[in-house]
Design a protein around this ligand. Structure first.
Ligand SMILES: Cc1cc2nc3c(=O)[nH]c(=O)nc-3n(C[C@H](O)[C@H](O)[C@H](O)COP(=O)(O)OP(=O)(O)OC[C@H]3O[C@@H](n4cnc5c(N)ncnc54)[C@H](O)[C@@H]3O)c2cc1C
Length: 487
């Protein structure tokens, strides 16, 4: 009897300790930072706003408090208080990562970076500095005053955590991934120390932070990056009916294989709805995003413009308009019960067609189990991998392009039972898995599902494990916040 009672008692004590740890960290933080930078009021506008996510399934979590640090020193105080209390925590920038507990937390401390929005442009060096709060749209708008921009999200509403997972931009074929433009980072380490990481200082930390994922090695409190010139764009969406699917996938394949103009970028998205959408009366469509850095794309997109489209919004646009391009009938930019998966493929061997067929078959036989599915082709051209390497490379150590990532989005209906939700996610996972991935290419962290363990596909995985051990030696981040597995 006693032998049973002791483990039970220990279990109860641990549970009580875990529940008490959040409030304990919160009151310590309040006493150090003052009450204006923290809220425990679940009904306050700040609290409600901070606990909204692109994957709305995370909106139900109730952190013990939400903290709004205004400086690296504040972040350091928060990290040390959380550590002292043994509380769970999460770091939130734009809240777009759909994986549970990556930027959300239940009964712990939510470190919301939204108050850290300072920006600075140095015309002499052309370096741009931005803090992690806010979304890329705000960052772009600020630097546009100098006709400059930074390499970041393709949609204005995505947060700066994107760059820590690599960061694919319309400018990436010219300048590499967002993280390739990093020149110096300010980071609060898991022990609360504030350090800089660059090619001169803490070079290993700098390497890992370029595409090796957020919430792993510390909290980035300042990004200094190489800015890029910005002017007029030729850009827009071409929308096709599904009857054009083979023509469009062939055009995508040819673009991936043969385009050599780094100013031309595309995303090819196939979209499925369970029932026809009221705007276009279609339950499936293909939406191409075509973006050219300059007013005249020449023949770069001829393969696409030659195919008869249902709708064409292409024309001259500002960068601000490019990153706010409307996506008719798609809820891809909307919050919902959204989850991502990723695949990686080499150009050739019918890899485009096979993936598309598998995905569409799944969509047809699982109607009613999603409110939106999309399959996005994201080319990684040689110009991108060359640009990455020319700037020192990143944690993905990207092999020469061309190859491409596929993003698989599934948005499930609200109110599904847990069992039904698990079943549909498992089935979608199995379909993606069966499509297979190319050997020797990294899975893209920003589009990956937690169970895909993308870091293990990086050739630098061993090195990243070492760096993780060095900067998070007692596994504080590994054990107390969500994130990619280093095991
Ligand atoms: C609609 C949509 C469009 C997208 N478009 C693109 C795109 O164009 N290109 C692309 O590459 N990806 C894109 N993504 C994927 C996106 O990059 C990832 O979802 C990314 O994680 C979002 O970053 P965030 O700051 O918005 O999210 P968050 O969930 O707040 O942060 C992402 C992760 O990084 C951590 N983190 C954030 N900031 C810090 C910090 N300062 N220090 C330490 N850790 C931190 C968080 O803890 C979390 O684990 C898109 C996603 C969506 C939903």
């Amino acid at each position: 009897m006693l032998s049973l009672a002791i483990p039970l008692l220990v279990g109860v004590v641990v549970a009580v300790a875990a529940t008490a740890a959040g409030p304990s960290a919160c009151s310590n933080i309040t006493s150090q930072l003052g009450s204006s930078k923290i809220t425990t009021n679940e009904l306050s506008l700040n609290y409600v706003g901070s606990t909204e996510y692109w994957n709305t399934l995370q909106d139900d979590y109730k952190p013990s408090c939400v903290v709004y640090p205004e400086s690296a020193q504040d972040v350091s105080v928060v990290i040390q208080a959380v550590r002292a209390a043994g509380s769970r925590f999460a770091i939130k920038a734009g809240g777009h990562n759909p994986n549970t507990f990556y930027s959300s937390v239940d009964k712990g401390v939510l470190l919301d970076l939204s108050s850290m929005t300072a920006k600075f442009y140095d015309p002499d060096t052309t370096l741009a500095t931005y803090e992690p709060g806010g979304v890329f749209g705000d960052v772009y708008e600020y630097f546009a005053k100098w006709n400059r921009t930074v390499v970041g999200a393709r949609l204005a509403g995505v947060g700066t955590g994107l760059a820590l997972g690599g960061g694919m931009s319309y400018l990436s074929p010219q300048y590499g991934m967002a993280c390739d433009s990093f020149r110096e980072l300010e980071i609060v380490l898991p022990d609360g120390q504030i350090v800089t990481a660059s090619n001169e200082t803490n070079t290993d930390l700098f390497f890992a932070s370029r595409g090796g994922g957020g919430n792993a090695y510390g909290v980035v409190t300042k990004y200094t990056v190489q800015s890029r010139p910005i002017g007029e764009f030729w850009a827009g969406n071409l929308i096709y009916v599904f009857a054009q699917k083979d023509n469009v996938v062939e055009a995508i394949g040819n673009f991936i294989k043969y385009n050599t103009d780094p100013k031309a970028a595309i995303i090819g998205t196939y979209e499925k709805l369970p029932t026809p959408d009221l705007n276009l009366n279609l339950d499936e469509a293909i939406i191409m995003f075509l973006v050219y850095d300059g007013p005249d794309p020449g023949n770069a997109f001829k393969n696409f413009t030659d195919i008869t489209a249902l709708l064409d919004t292409t024309g001259i646009k500002t960068y601000n308009e490019v990153v706010n391009m409307p996506i008719p009938m798609s809820t891809e930019i909307s919050a919902g019960n959204n989850m991502f998966r990723v695949g990686v493929h080499r150009a050739g061997n019918n890899s485009y067609e096979n993936a598309l067929d598998e995905w569409r078959n799944w969509a047809e036989s699982n109607k009613g189990k999603y409110v939106l599915l999309s399959l996005d082709f994201q080319p990684v051209p040689k110009s991108l991998t060359d640009a990455s390497r020319a700037q020192g490379g990143n944690a993905m150590e990207m092999p020469d392009g061309p190859w491409f990532w596929l993003n698989y989005l599934i948005s499930t209906p609200p109110g599904m039972s847990q069992a039904d939700y698990d079943a549909v996610q498992t089935s979608y996972r199995d379909m993606v898995k069966a499509t297979g991935n190319a050997e020797g290419l990294p899975l893209f962290i920003n589009d990956a599902n937690h169970d895909q363990n993308p870091l293990q596909t990086f050739s630098a995985f061993d090195k990243l494990q070492e760096i993780k051990k060095k900067y998070d030696p007692d596994s504080f981040f590994a054990d107390y916040t969500g994130g990619w597995s280093f095991a």
